[in-house]
Design a protein around this ligand. Sequence first.
Ligand SMILES: NC(=O)c1ccc[n+]([C@@H]2O[C@H](COP(=O)([O-])OP(=O)(O)OC[C@H]3O[C@@H](n4cnc5c(N)ncnc54)[C@H](OP(=O)(O)O)[C@@H]3O)[C@@H](O)[C@H]2O)c1
Length: 263
Amino acid sequence: MSNAIPLKNQVIWLTGASSGIGEALAENLAPLCTHLYISARSAEKLSHLENAFSNITAIAADITDEASLAAAVAQIQSEAGRLDTVIANAGTCEYVDVNQFDTALFRRVLETNVLGLVNTVGAALPLLKQSERGYIVGVSSSVAMLAMPRAQAYGSSKAAVTHFLESMKADLTPLGLDVSVVSPGFVKTPLTDVNDFPMPMRITADQAAKEIVKGLRKRTWHIHFPKRFTFILWMLGNLPAFLRHRITAAMSRSTTNTQQESK
Ligand SMILES: NC(=O)c1ccc[n+]([C@@H]2O[C@H](COP(=O)([O-])OP(=O)(O)OC[C@H]3O[C@@H](n4cnc5c(N)ncnc54)[C@H](OP(=O)(O)O)[C@@H]3O)[C@@H](O)[C@H]2O)c1
C-alpha cells in the first residue's frame, strides 16, 4: 500500500513473543521500527528481548483476559502515545483423537486462537483508528486451506481467524486501516516440536519471521510461506470434494499407522 507508514516510523505491538515465530519476529522487527511492545503471559520469558533491544518493552498480558489486554493498551498509550500496528501472533495447538473426543480441548483451542485474537484486535482498535494508517496483522495457518485429519479444533480455529480478518478488512478498508493474514506452513518452534507426524518443508522461525517482515513492508493481504508448500495445500484444498476427501482419508490412515509404529 503506497501510503502505508514505513516500518521505521511505527509503534508496533506483537503478542506471543516469548518463543517460536513471535520471538524471531521480535528480533527481526526491533531494529526496523520506532518501538516494539511485546507480550506473553509471563514478562519473565520476554526479559532477554527487552534487555537485548533498547526499543523493546515487555508487557505481561493473557490474550484470554480482556482486562489484561486493556491494561497493556493503556500502557502503550501512556508511554508511546500511539499504536500503528498490532500483530496478533499468540496461539496454541492441540490435535483431536476422534476415538477420545474431548470437547474441553476444543474450548481451550478456540478460546485462545479465536477469542484471544479477537480480544487483542478489539483492545488495539481504538488506538489503531487514531494512527495515520493503522494496521492489523493476524497469524492464522495454512491448515485453513485444507480440512486435515486431527485438525478439527486447530484447523477450525484458524479458518475462523482467516474469515474474521477478511471480514474486518471489508469494514476497515473504507476507514483507512490495513489488514493482513499470515498463513505459515510448518515452522520449527516449541509448538511443532511435539508433533509425532512428518512435517514437510518445515522452515526455521527466523526464516518465517523474515517472510512476515517482507509482507509487513508491503502490507500484503495474504502473507503465506513457504510458497511451494502453501501452493500445494491451496491446490489440494480446491480439488473437487470427492478427490479432496480421498486424499485426506489416506492422510488419516497414514498418520494412524505412523503413530502405531512409533509406539
Ligand atoms: N509453528 C508452526 O508450524 C505454525 C504454523 C502455522 C501457524 N502457526 C501459528 O503461529 C503462532 C505462533 O506459534 P509458534 O509456533 O511460534 O508457537 P509457540 O512457540 O508455542 O509460541 C506461542 C506464543 O503464544 C503465546 N501464548 C499462548 N497462549 C497465550 C495466551 N493465552 N496469552 C498470551 N500469550 C499466549 C506463548 O506465550 P506464553 O506461553 O509465554 O504466554 C508464546 O509466546 C500461533 O498462532 C500458531 O498457531 C504456527
